[in-house]
Design a binder for this molecule. Structure first.
Ligand code: Z5A
Length: 212
């Protein structure tokens, strides 16, 4: 326990951007700087959230309505916020989250075409004033990401979407980064892993030192 509020860091990107490859690396960077870190992910992060994740990513409900998808994302998020994220931040613990609300703007807003205002309403309802302090957006061309992701196991419900969907998701992410440049740092994820991690290290160290 540090006495001051913890900081909230999120990591975002389209399929194949390398989130899984970099999250443990980021956690270790923070811990090496003396921070106590709670790792969580969305959708998921809590027992209830992980069950919702199965509904969202599995193939049992392929024709899920777009609004249902959005509301389930926020239902899982509300649980994660109350059970894990807020208590940790209040206890001075740093929270590292694999995706958060930017993913709802990018996938449900950009990809599915849901009005941004509706997402904003849910954001305000579930989060109040709480927003990430730092977001790392791992960005790369869609075809590179899909090629990388294609080498993994069976595709989930999102990974079965068309290239056009991921182009829209990527553009929505880049728009968020443009609009909120002080919070969202874009990392070129198309380069070799050691270069991506050098960029991440610089960004995280900067954040730790300056708090922005
Ligand atoms: N979703 C949503 O719609 N709305 C929301 O609000 C939220 C989520 C919160 C679950 O996400 C899904 O939920 C997601 C969006 C939606 N859509 N899908 N699918 P997820 O985060 O669990 O799933 P994911 O996007 O598939 O992420 P991932 O497992 O973390 O994978 P990744 O970013 O693609 O990273 P990776 O597995 O580390 O890398 C992919 C491959 O590339 C792998 O073989 C690596 O070895 C390789 N790789 C990584 N970096 C490099 C570099 N630099 N060079 C070469 N090769 C590399």
């Amino acid at each position: 326990m540090t006495g001051s509020r913890g900081r909230f860091i999120t990591v975002e990107g389209i399929e194949g951007a390398g989130k899984s490859s970099n999250l443990e690396f980021i956690k270790q960077l923070l811990e090496a700087s003396g921070k106590e870190v709670l790792f969580t992910r969305e959708p998921g992060g809590t027992p209830l959230g992980e069950e919702v994740r199965q509904l969202l990513l599995g193939h049992r409900h392929t024709g899920m309505a777009d609004d249902t998808e959005l509301l389930l994302m926020f239902a899982a998020r509300a649980e994660n916020l109350e059970q894990k994220i807020k208590p940790a931040l209040e206890a001075g613990i740093w929270v590292l989250c694999d995706r958060f609300t930017d993913a709802s703007y990018a996938y449900q807003g950009g990809g599915r075409g849901i009005d941004k205002m509706r997402i904003q309403q849910l954001e305000e309802w579930t989060q109040g004033e709480l927003r990430p302090d730092l977001t790392l957006l791992l960005d790369l061309p869609v075809e590179v990401g899909l090629e990388r992701a294609g080498k993994r196991s069976a595709p989930d419900r999102f990974e079965k979407e068309e290239v056009r969907f991921f182009e829209d998701v990527r553009q929505a992410y880049l728009q968020i980064a443009w609009d909120q440049a002080s919070r969202v740092k874009v990392v070129d994820a198309s380069t070799p892993l050691y270069e991506v991690q050098a960029h991440i290290t610089e960004t995280v160290h900067d954040f730790i030192q300056t708090g922005s």
